[in-house]
Design a protein around this ligand. Structure first.
Ligand SMILES: CC(C)(COP(=O)(O)OP(=O)(O)OC[C@H]1O[C@@H](n2cnc3c(N)ncnc32)[C@H](O)[C@@H]1OP(=O)(O)O)[C@@H](O)C(=O)NCCC(=O)NCCS
Length: 222
């Protein structure tokens, strides 16, 4: 099922524009992507119903390193080596500064307010491929008490909308461990399809792990 919503977008590279968003059912709950830093949020913020995605800065390094090294997060990623501030700063300069990736801090709204928020995790689009119009999506919530509140589903809605309507990409895909039910569900609830099942794709801590490839397409972006 897809519905149409109106969001106004702001990003470093885009002027204010109103776009029609084809996405999952909850997409039409997203309020806006703020352009001006009005009372609705800061420039570049993507404002949803329960969460806000704000662009990650270098000041978020400690948060990222702490979250990404927690077992609840790390064990769900193929790359499982410890994150360091230096390693993250290298990622920032080579991927974010160059525009090869976009990364956001996921902030939960406290009492529904866009002003009173708590950072709980991160979401990113990496290896943006403008030639083939596709990108890989990843996310994590590093605060355990913020799990299972619908944030993963809403992150997926908001970031795919951003990929399609702001970056104008055609395909968003994700590689997910086959036993990662919350992540797979977050994608399927946003109309992702399962593209492939890769058996014994990686060996981690002495155990082979299966991976599911999921993807969402926007046919209006050729
Ligand atoms: C993946 C992740 C972001 C999902 O976020 P979330 O906010 O917990 O997800 P949601 O609350 O939107 O839940 C999505 C679905 O998963 C279900 N779910 C959530 N936690 C679950 C759990 N521990 N066990 C089983 N199902 C669970 C929810 O019930 C919901 O399904 P439903 O709508 O049928 O009820 C979060 O689990 C996480 O950060 N995990 C660690 C990092 C990770 O796995 N990242 C993805 C790597 S590909």
């Amino acid at each position: 099922m897809s519905k149409v919503s109106k969001v106004s977008t702001a990003s470093a590279e885009s002027a204010e524009r109103t776009v029609s968003a084809k996405s999952a059912e909850s997409a039409n709950k997203s309020e806006m992507i703020s352009q001006t830093g009005s009372e609705k949020g800061q420039p570049g913020d993507i404002i949803g119903e329960k969460i806000i995605l704000r662009p990650m800065t270098l000041d978020d390094t400690d948060l990222i390193v702490t979250w990404r090294n927690k077992d609840i997060v790390r064990k769900n990623f193929i790359y499982q080596k410890p994150f360091t501030p230096e390693g993250h700063q290298h990622w920032f300069h080579t991927m974010i500064d160059t525009g090869k990736a976009k990364q956001f801090i996921v902030c939960e709204k406290i009492n529904g307010s866009s002003h009173d928020v708590r950072p709980v995790g991160s979401a990113y689009l990496r290896d943006i491929d403008y030639e083939f119009s596709k990108v890989e999506f990843g996310m994590y919530i590093g605060e355990q008490d913020a799990h299972n509140k619908g944030y993963g589903t809403e992150i997926t809605t908001l970031i795919t909308e951003y990929a399609f309507k702001v970056l104008k990409l055609h395909k968003v895909f994700s590689r997910i461990f086959a036993d990662n039910i919350p992540s797979i569900k977050s994608c399927l609830k946003n109309n992702f399809i399962k593209e492939a099942y890769l058996r014994d794709e990686v060996k981690l801590e002495g155990r082979y792990r299966d991976i599911v490839l999921v993807a969402l397409f926007d046919d209006s972006n050729g």
